[in-house]
Ligand binder design. Structure first.
Ligand code: PMP
Length: 427
């Protein structure tokens, strides 16, 4: 293994791959929720490339469908039966106002497209996004971000401003706040009025903030944003790059509440189970005749190519046929019970919460809400790797994204290992 690591490092530019350096393993192969390294060690995969294989690694039906497409044709953007079938199946599962689909290759690219779409549709320019939100690392996507990931890489495109995101555990208005959602919505409205110029094109938000630690907003927040978008003539964009495709217990997170009704939804990550594919879905009539709706204006080299389309089709068929969103909900209930016990009994667990199989654990100094330093989170991550569990560690938060197909005993095995590490870590 060390030989492979050496060879990669010799040529790798700095700035990539922090998780792999921390883990220090060389992956050989993966099946469903398990990964094996080149030394033959087996891991339970709670990481799944940041939640990109909800159907599990290397699903037999996925291999069959994508393999058949590899034999046929994977290049080009001409009409294909496989893309038509994907559009039909996806549209069938989307509410009427979202039955227009455009495919891209990465989440960042689709986020940028969603913003361009909203600007074109409304003839307006400004975008409201949220503290702690994450929408990708391209320049436009970073302009929606309010924090440290900008890494001195500006200037960023102007026209966006930010408001606080309600975190029930760590309210941005302080521990005494009794109306986190109300105050966040108030702040958002003040931002629209005082930071903006009456030119709001869109509000973009993650239904659950993934990169920030799987932060679940209280229920009224997204409804409130829908009302704000309507009041100020803007579109509501939901970034479901992580929450989409069953992760939270419904096929899309917006389905948890029929009142939310997004205008645009951004999809990515698990959409094609590892083959790069992303999309925006929205109403075609919003941009018909606008610059973004002009022929080719939004097209890209790989977006919707036959490989991406077949991988997306296989993924969605498997998710639906095996009823995996419902499985995420059921397994999620099992996880919730364990997390509640951890929050109660393990002193360094400050907040542990999940929606379906989107799971976040925040680590704190015992008896306080003061976050633990990053090196302790990293130590926990390394010990987990030592115990044969791959998770995600960032700052003081550990995130878990098991495949929705994970066998119950492997979910339990991974959680038990995690619990033992949390109970025995020395701070
Ligand atoms: N939106 C969200 C919610 C994400 O979590 C991410 C990636 N973590 C992105 C967008 C960007 O996706 P990509 O890395 O594929 O560009």
């Amino acid at each position: 293994a060390s030989d492979v690591i050496e060879r990669e490092r010799r040529y790798r530019l700095p700035g990539s791959q922090s998780m792999s350096d921390l883990a220090g393993i060389v992956v050989d192969r993966a099946r469903n929720a398990e990964v094996w390294d080149t030394d033959g060690r087996r891991y339970i995969d709670f990481f799944t490339g940041v939640g990109v294989c909800n159907i599990g690694h290397s699903h037999p039906r996925f291999r069959e469908i994508v393999g058949a497409q590899l034999d046929r044709c994977i290049v080009g953007s001409f009409y294909t039966d496989v893309r038509a079938r994907y559009y039909e199946l996806l549209a069938e599962r989307l509410p009427e106002q979202l039955r227009g689909i455009h495919m891209f290759s990465t989440g960042s690219e689709a986020v940028e497209a969603a913003v361009k779409f909203a600007r074109s549709a409304t003839g307006r320019q400004e975008v409201l996004s949220f503290w702690g939100g994450f929408h990708g690392k391209t320049q436009g996507a970073l302009s929606l971000h309010s924090g440290p990931r900008k890494h001195h890489s500006g200037p960023f495109p102007p026209g966006s401003y930010h408001a606080p995101f309600p975190d029930p555990y760590r309210c941005p208005f302080g521990a005494d706040c009794s109306d986190c959602v109300g105050r966040c919505l108030d702040f958002a409205e003040q931002s629209i009025i005082y930071n903006g110029t009456g030119d709001l094109a869109a509000i973009i938000v993650e239904p659950i903030q993934g990169t920030n630690g799987n932060i679940i907003p209280p229920p009224g927040f997204l409804r409130g944003l829908r009302l704000l978008a309507d009041k100020y003539g803007a579109l509501l964009i939901l970034d479901e790059v992580i929450t989409g495709f069953g992760r939270t217990g419904t096929l899309f997170a917006f389905e948890h509440d029929p009142e939310i009704r997004p205008d645009i939804v951004v999809l990515g990550k698990s959409m094609a189970s590892g083959v790069p594919a992303s999309a925006i879905v929205s109403r075609p009539e919003l941009i018909a005749g606008t610059p973004f709706g002009a022929p080719s204006a939004a097209a890209s080299t790989f977006g919707g190519n036959p490989l991406a389309s077949s991988a997306s089709l296989a993924t969605l068929q498997i998710l639906l046929d095996e009823e995996l969103p419902a499985r995420a909900r059921v397994l999620g209930e099992r996880v919730s019970a364990r997390l509640a016990a951890w929050s109660r009994d393990i002193p360094i667990v400050g907040n542990a919460a999940n929606t379906g199989l989107m799971i976040g654990v925040e680590l704190v100094h015992p008896g306080t809400r003061q976050v633990l330093p990053r090196d302790i989170t990293q130590e926990i991550f390394r010990r987990l790797v030592g115990r044969g569990v791959l998770a995600m560690a960032y700052d003081s938060r550990i995130r878990i994204y098991p495949p929705l197909t994970i066998p119950e005993e492997q979910l339990d095995e991974g959680l038990t290992a995690f619990e033992e590490v949390l109970r025995t870590v020395r701070i």
